[in-house]
Design a protein around this ligand. Structure first.
Ligand code: PNS
Length: 168
């Protein structure tokens, strides 16, 4: 029997409830889903790659067919190494579409055997992004209910340890 292994790539800095919603949806339609965190994407990330791995592992523990990994370089090369057949990406609003289409078509050119599958997160998450979460957090706003509890906890301990610096 054919099984389908998919990669859900992103920077996940931090994981939001929108990402988690997509992971839950992806885990239902794929046999295995690898959440793949891009290393070295931002010079000043909010969370280190290891912290992001830990938070995503903790949050996705309930899904038997979800694993967490990291990658560098071309996504399609990572997908090949993983023997994946599909890439999963979320589309929240029409504004996401153009960038996602460009990426999907570039990835198709680089690896024609790999299919990009788009899914929509639940509508209550349609405005949510890691960038907004970072911005609100750095300005002292609450992000409770928008990110998983482990992210909230780590943000809280961050406040008690470090002064908050606004994002440049
Ligand atoms: O959800 P994000 O943070 O926008 O994720 C972007 C990501 C990691 C999927 C994208 O930047 C990526 O795939 N980077 C790896 C480099 C690559 O393969 N580039 C060519 C594809 S356009």
């Amino acid at each position: 029997m054919n099984t389908v292994r998919a990669i859900y790539p992103g920077t996940f800095d931090p994981l939001t409830n929108g990402h988690l919603d997509l992971i839950a949806r992806g885990s239902k339609i794929f046999d295995h889903l690898v959440v793949a965190i891009l290393k070295n994407s931002d010079k000043q990330p909010l969370f280190s790659v290891q912290e992001r791995v830990d938070m995503i592992k903790e949050t996705t523990r309930e899904f038997d067919n979800v694993s967490v990994s990291t990658f560098d370089g071309l996504l399609v090369e990572f997908a090949r190494l993983q023997h994946a057949q599909a890439l999963l990406r979320g589309i929240r609003a029409i504004s996401d579409y153009e960038y996602e289409l460009q990426m999907a078509l570039m990835n198709r050119r680089l690896a024609p055997e790999l299919e990009t599958v788009f899914m929509m997160p639940a509508e209550q998450y349609s405005y949510l992004s890691s960038r907004l979460i970072r911005g609100v957090f750095r300005l002292g706003g609450s992000v409770e209910g928008l990110v998983p509890p482990t992210v909230v906890e780590r943000l809280r301990s961050r406040i008690s340890k470090d002064p908050i610096e606004p994002e440049k």
